[in-house]
Design a protein around this ligand. Structure first.
Ligand SMILES: *Cc1c(COP(=O)(O)O)cnc(C)c1O
Length: 243
């Protein structure tokens, strides 16, 4: 049977086009240039074979949460000469920092100096600096990773000085909220911090916020990058792979 003729089959390329249209519509609704919002496709738990059609369709930036899984996919797609920028967006244990520094292009999940230092040390002089964002816990969720709001600027300042890293901005993952007003209150806090960093003269250009469920609100609040997984690749298995 030809699966492509199955009207019930999930088609990630069609879903990717729909997400791009959502991003553009949200930008226009906010009076912003649609090109001012980058789309990061979050491919965690989906294998290289599942991700490949979306890359072929033109998606050039992929996000991964789990280091080992990400490195395997990076190697698989590099072997196919895919031109993809790989973003690490998950928590990093210090014993994995070198692996991340060697393989990824970006790390958005820096929430403490020790990890930033290990990443900087692990980045080879022959490589361009690792592009990094500080992950900020904007809504003070109790179980959350991310540096506290009050400590974020001090961390960013230290990261800014590490030779193997280039500070690009901040990332946040606020908890889901029932109303647009509550979602936007969290995103606005992130945007305020980002504006403070720009006012210091730091060359930061990346405000990474918004996912499948809340990208419109994030874009309304100034997101320059949204990170979208399930709306592109479909539902993930409940539990992450055990490593
Ligand atoms: C999984 C994940 C996403 C994507 O979430 P969806 O709801 O599937 O769009 C974005 N950012 C981070 C940090 C994630 O872990």
């Amino acid at each position: 049977m030809d699966v492509s003729s199955n009207p019930f089959a999930f088609d990630p390329v069609a879903a990717w086009h729909a997400v791009r249209a959502r991003v553009a519509a949200a930008a226009l609704a906010a009076g912003r240039d649609p090109h001012s919002v980058a789309l990061l496709a979050v491919s965690k738990t989906f294998n290289a074979q599942a991700v490949w059609p979306v890359v072929q369709a033109g998606q050039a930036a992929l996000g991964e949460n789990y280091v080992q899984e990400g490195v395997e996919k990076i190697q698989a797609l590099r072997a196919l000469q895919a031109n993809v920028a790989w973003h690490c967006i998950g928590p990093i244990q210090s014993n994995k920092a070198k692996l991340v520094a060697e393989h990824f292009d970006w790390v958005q999940s820096i929430d403490r100096l020790k990890i930033a230092q290990r990443l900087s040390q692990g980045r080879a002089a022959t490589q361009p600096p690792l592009q990094v964002c500080i992950q900020v816990n904007v809504d003070a969720g109790p179980t959350k990773s991310g540096v506290a709001w009050a400590q974020a600027t001090a961390l960013a300042e230290s990261v800014h000085q590490l030779p193997g890293l280039q500070l690009r901005g901040l990332m946040c993952i606020p908890d889901p909220q029932p109303t647009a007003q509550a979602r936007r209150a969290n995103f606005a806090r992130a945007a305020e911090l980002f504006a403070q960093w720009q006012q210091r003269g730091w060359p930061v250009d990346t405000l990474s916020m918004g996912m499948s469920e809340d990208l419109e609100d994030a874009i309304a609040c100034g997101a320059t990058m949204v990170r979208v997984g399930s709306a592109i690749f479909g539902r993930r298995a409940a539990a992450p792979p055990v490593r």
